[in-house]
Design a protein around this ligand. Structure first.
Ligand code: GUN
Length: 292
């Protein structure tokens, strides 16, 4: 069994990005600028956004954090989105999700200029991704593809089971694993209402678990020699930690790991790769790689 080290891979990629930024700036080019909108004070979102700002520094990007209180109106948020769309200094930006219930998340996403949508959530980017055109690919699926590639894991023609059908992970992951230019796999998507979920998993060469249920994937669901990618990051209470909680994956790591050829840990697997993929997208936005 080989452990997939997302933390080390992400550090390496961030160093590569930082070197490219140094060259761009030395050549008189513009330093990429990522902005983030954060609404409210949810612990998880605070941590993600803080880590994004730290990653920007590591990559040599400029970053801006724009905060709103939980009671911000949809119109106020839409006005800020328009302002960022019109700000030539901002190459890309994200609106941290989830947003408070009184705000229509899709309406906000639709208002983002797709050329600055480094999360890859806008329908233009989702659609272009689905038909294999250059675009911003959402960060978690892109991070997983990068890990599979950097670890030399063969995906072509293999059976890949994806657990979860979210817009952020499950759906784009299925699209990418299916496409010839990315995974080139035979893809099955299972979710909370799938009757044959366990059977599908047992046949899988690659399992990508993104359902947000701690320890859901157990040893009896995994074929000997399978590759297991754990996207779960549920906060569970843990009195032994200073913070009072720990991040728990969707995979029961201790019993599943011995059966795997490769497995990602939680934390230190997919998580750091998500942020590093956002940095890759921001660099591409700064270089106007996909859209003029
Ligand atoms: N919330 C959970 N994951 C993400 C992400 O990748 N981007 C944004 N904007 N919000 C999230």
């Amino acid at each position: 069994m080989q452990l997939i080290d997302g933390k080390a891979t992400a550090a390496q990629i961030k160093a590569e990005i930082a070197e490219e930024v140094r060259q761009i700036v030395a050549g008189g080019g513009k330093r990429p600028h990522l902005a983030a909108i954060l609404v409210g004070h949810d612990g998880g979102s605070e941590t993600y956004v803080k880590n994004k700002v730290i990653a920007c520094e590591a990559c040599g990007f400029k970053s801006s954090l724009i905060r709103f209180e939980e009671d911000v109106t949809e119109d106020e948020l839409l006005a800020k989105v328009k302002e960022l769309n019109d700000d030539d200094d901002v190459d890309g930006y994200i609106v941290q999700l989830p947003l408070p219930k009184h705000i229509d998340e899709q309406k906000i996403i639709m208002a983002i200029d797709y050329r600055k949508d480094v999360d890859g959530f806008h329908p233009v980017n989702v659609g272009r991704m689905a038909i294999g055109l250059p675009c911003f690919i959402s960060a978690t699926p892109l991070g997983i593809l990068t890990l599979l590639r950097r670890y030399g894991i063969e995906t072509s023609g293999r059976k890949c089971v994806i657990l979860g059908r979210s817009n952020i992970v499950g759906k784009p992951m299925a699209q990418l694993m299916m496409q010839k230019q990315y995974g080139d796999s035979t893809v099955t998507v299972c979710h909370s209402h799938s009757k044959t979920l366990k059977e599908e998993c047992r046949e899988a060469d690659i399992i990508i678990a993104a359902i947000g249920r701690p320890d859901f994937v157990t040893a009896d669901m995994v074929k000997e020699g399978a590759v297991v990618i754990d996207v779960g990051t549920t906060r569970v209470t843990d009195a032994t930690r200073k913070s009072g909680f720990r991040l728990n994956g969707d995979v029961k790591f201790d019993e599943v790991a011995p059966k795997c050829s490769f497995i990602t840990p939680v934390p230190g697997g997919v998580g750091p790769m998500t942020i590093c993929s956002l940095m890759k997208n921001t660099l591409a936005a700064g270089k106007k790689e996909y859209y003029k």
